[in-house]
Each structure stands twice: as structure tokens, then as C-alpha cells.
Design a protein around this ligand. Structure first.
Ligand SMILES: [Zn+2]
Length: 268
């Protein structure tokens, strides 16, 4: 599932192509993917003036006053196809085609059909602080017994972190993902906030992580998968200390960590 670095990569790659461009026509092939019901009529004629992102939500601001919002969910792709460019992916999963005044097209493609595009007057962003700007005090959850990893992935608290970057940030900070969130010390919070910002920034620089479906706004794969330290590496040796990486289900999600490098600060 795309997380903050992937959505930011989509935003950056699309911004270079879309800003200043006008939508000349809209074809909705998958009505389930868009809202409101007059999406096509409302979007046609508008030009892209700016872009923003919060957590995993992308917002493309139009000169009509509307904001074109996008959430990619599991397999969504928002793709710019240049003039005379050819689609090299399955057409049956393309749900929206917007023609642009440069002859290019903006496509919304989604094989699992959970992703959404919608028009709104005010950006529908989640309440959590954007993860790339997280500060130690944003991680202060006194008394909370839930595992730190579960709270990191709660979009109402911190917006933009999913399974991949939760595991990677906790490894970088040296904190066991099972540790109760309320037991983190000031030093833990400082280290974790810095780890989150660093991991996300590195992933953005590398265009995000592609395992299967994710592509940026120009259809390219991310390059961060080869730089992952723990996610997807259960049973393999830790890159730092050589210990075998452990895995368990945590909050319904598979979790990988190093039993040596990541500390469980039990209060006893
Ligand atoms: Zn280790």
C-alpha cells in the first residue's frame, strides 16, 4: 500500500507535468472510483494550479475552486501519459481518463478498486500530524499500553506511515515494535521522531518503495525496496548485527524487527 513517500513521489512527478494544464474532457469508466456523481462535468474545463499532500492524501488544486483529491489505497495509480504516449498496463483497470490541453492524459488506474478520486471545496486531510514533520512531542502518549508500532500507523495521530515505514523507522530508532507506547522515554521519542523523518526523506529521494503495484506519476517503480533494513526480510540476517530478524503479527499486520538492535524497555 502506498505510504507517504510513494504519495509524495506521485505528487512531485505529476506537479511537473500538470501545473498550468487544463482538463479538456473527462471519461469516467469506473463510476465506483469517483465522487460526486457529476465528477466529469465538474472537472472538465478546470486547470491545475497547485498541489499538496498530507499523510497518504494527495490534493490537486484547480482554478475552479475545486480540489481534486486522491487516495490510492492498495493498488491505485495516478498516471500522466504524454501526448501520443501509449498505455503499457491493463486497460480494464483504468477508471478515469482526463484529456489535457497539451494532448496528454491523466489516468486513474486501480486493479483492486479501493482507491478513490473526488472533488471537494476543502481538502479532506486526516487529523494526524504529517509524518515527515513529526516532532518528539507528537509521540508523547502517556499511559498508552498499545504497541508503539500500532500507534505510529494510526492516521488520526500520525498521518502517512503504514507497515513498511513503521518497521523501518523503529529499526532505525532501535526500538522494539511491541513496546507499549506509553513507556517510551524522552530519548526514545527524540530518536524515533528523527528516525521517522530520516527514513521517509530517504524514501522520497529514492522515489518510494515498489514491491508489486506502486508506480509514480510517470509510471516508474520506486527504488527504495533494496534499501529496506527489516520490512520483508524476516528470517534474514540483520544488516547491522547479523542476528536473524524476527517476525510476528502485531495489530493484524506482519511485523519484522531485530531482537538485538531493537530494545524492549520493559518497566520493571
Ligand atoms: Zn541487529
Amino acid at each position: 500500500m502506498p505510504e507517504l513517500p510513494e504519495v509524495e513521489s506521485v505528487r512531485r512527478t505529476l506537479a511537473t507535468q500538470l501545473l498550468g494544464r487544463r482538463i479538456t474532457a473527462v471519461r469516467v469508466l469506473g463510476p465506483h472510483a469517483v465522487s460526486p456523481s457529476d465528477f466529469g462535468r465538474r472537472a472538465a474545463g478546470a486547470a491545475f494550479v497547485s498541489s499538496s499532500r498530507h499523510g497518504k492524501y494527495l490534493a490537486l488544486h484547480l482554478d475552479s475552486g475545486d480540489i481534486l483529491m486522491c487516495h490510492l489505497r492498495m493498488t491505485g495509480r495516478l498516471l500522466y501519459l504524454p501526448p501520443r504516449g501509449r498505455m503499457n498496463w491493463p486497460k480494464q483497470h483504468t477508471h478515469v481518463i482526463m484529456r489535457l490541453d497539451d494532448g496528454g492524459r491523466l489516468l486513474f488506474h486501480d486493479s483492486r478498486k479501493f482507491g478513490r478520486l473526488w472533488l471537494t471545496q476543502q481538502a479532506d486531510f486526516p487529523s494526524g500530524v504529517d509524518a515527515i514533520e513529526v516532532r518528539p512531542e507528537d509521540l508523547h502518549w502517556p499511559g498508552r499500553k498499545a504497541p508503539i508500532k500500532s500507534l505510529l500507523m494510526d492516521q488520526r495521530l500520525i498521518a502517512g506511515i503504514g507497515n513498511i515505514y513503521a518497521d523501518e523507522s523503529l529499526f532505525r530508532a532501535g526500538i522494539d515494535p511491541r513496546m507499549p507506547a506509553g513507556e517510551l522515554t524522552d530519548q526514545d521519542r527524540a530518536r524515533l521522531a528523527e528516525a521517522i523523518r530520516t527514513v521517509l526523506a530517504d524514501a522520497v529521494v529514492n522515489g518510494g518503495t515498489t514491491f508489486m503495484d506502486y508506480r509514480d506519476g510517470l509510471g516508474r517503480e520506486g527504488r527504495f525496496a533494496s534499501l529496506l533494513n527489516v520490512y520483508g526480510r524476516a528470517g534474514e540476517p540483520c544488516r547491522k548485527c547479523g542476528a536473524v530478524l524476527r517476525t510476528a503479527r502485531l495489530g493484524g499486520r506482519s511485523t519484522v524487527w531485530c531482537p538485538c538492535c531493537q530494545r524492549y524497555n520493559q518497566a520493571q
